[in-house]
Design a binder for this molecule. Sequence first.
Ligand code: PLP
Length: 438
Amino acid sequence: MNRSEGDINLTPGRAAWLAGHVGPETRALLDRDGAAFLHQALSTPCLNVVERAEGVWLTDAEGRRFMDFHGNSVHQVGWGHPRVIAAITQQMATLPFSPRRYANRVAIALAERLGALAPSRPQGGLTKVLFAPGGTSAIGMALKLARAATGRHKTVSMWDAFHGASLDAISVGGEAIFRRDAGPLLPGTEHVPPPALAARFFGEDGRAHERLADYIDYVLEVQGDVAAVVAEPVRWTTIEAPPADFWPRVRASCDRHGALLIFDEIPSGLGRTGTMFACEHSGCAPDMLVLGKGLGGGIIPIAALLARADLDVMGGGALGHYTHEKSPVGCAAAMATLDVIEQEELLPRSRALGAAAVARLSGIAHPAMRGARGLGLSLAVDVADETVADRLLYACLERGLSFKVGAGTVLVLCPPLTITESELDQALGIVEAAFASL
Ligand SMILES: Cc1ncc(COP(=O)(O)O)c(C=O)c1O
């Protein structure tokens, strides 16, 4: 069973698609890719070769166009948004890099802006910021800061979770495909069942999440030395948010037992769920928030750790120290991205378009359909089994729609928030046609 982050490359659907859709030039490029890159289950050997990305559209080496409802969750503002490109271009021409001992205007402005936007705790806002070149590194910084601030090293996180692919991130993560055969992981990384599977372990009577929250409270109490609970407020692999009272309960437990709450919003933040931050759906604020992916406008890699100001305790040590820490170009991309989200009113827009899309997807009458849900324009369709999901993926690709399959049986549909209504209509039509073709 594949409960992983995304669709793996060794399925029968992939083999059939390759056999039927790839011409000699693409085949040659894929062969070179396969020869040049280390192989991984979710990457090389690849499916296809991409030549252009623009708005919601990808164009492959054979000139076919696909709507990209996957985009590795970096394309909130679509591919190549002119405003992001202009900001980056201008920044590259003036200050392309910022050596570490210097401050720079755009990095200061971005840190201040994110700190002002982020949710607040009674102790104060998440106004202290550190940038990193990627989400995994930012998670690593959060883990280090939690240790330093609490004097404890243990964490509680969720089985099946993904927080990045490095050894520290897979230690708090829970996906077998990343952990299996990896050798000893970080000590003290305790795990609990994920909210999405609460009913399986804690009963089907509607009180499972309450019991899971009680269980987390018990773990924090009985251990007594946990530095942090690390979790995604909305599980991105399957677009699932627990019931409204779950996170406030966990929040209260963390406070009671001296643990910090770290929310990983690397894929889900910055408008993806119809609100600026995914934790706005959670009924509580974390002590640290990690952003990444779309922060760089789908072009520049940049991530951010936002922390309570009183957690700024590592002044004598090195917390991040990444070479591209205050990347002016990355920060310019992020400032432009935030401008686009605000000025194009992408939050209310994605809520409205998303609600209509969930209603339409829910109307698909097919025996393999198990239901649709969404938060903003992040949509999920549950299907009967992995074979059906694989067939639907390739049936949609054939019709010009690309998305990812999460946890084996969930079609995860995450378009740019800038998608036009007619493009969205076309994409939903493709999903309907794919079901009809089964
Ligand atoms: C929830 C979550 N956390 C962390 C990461 C890691 O981010 P990055 O790939 O930028 O290192 C990802 C990436 O997919 C993610 O989805």
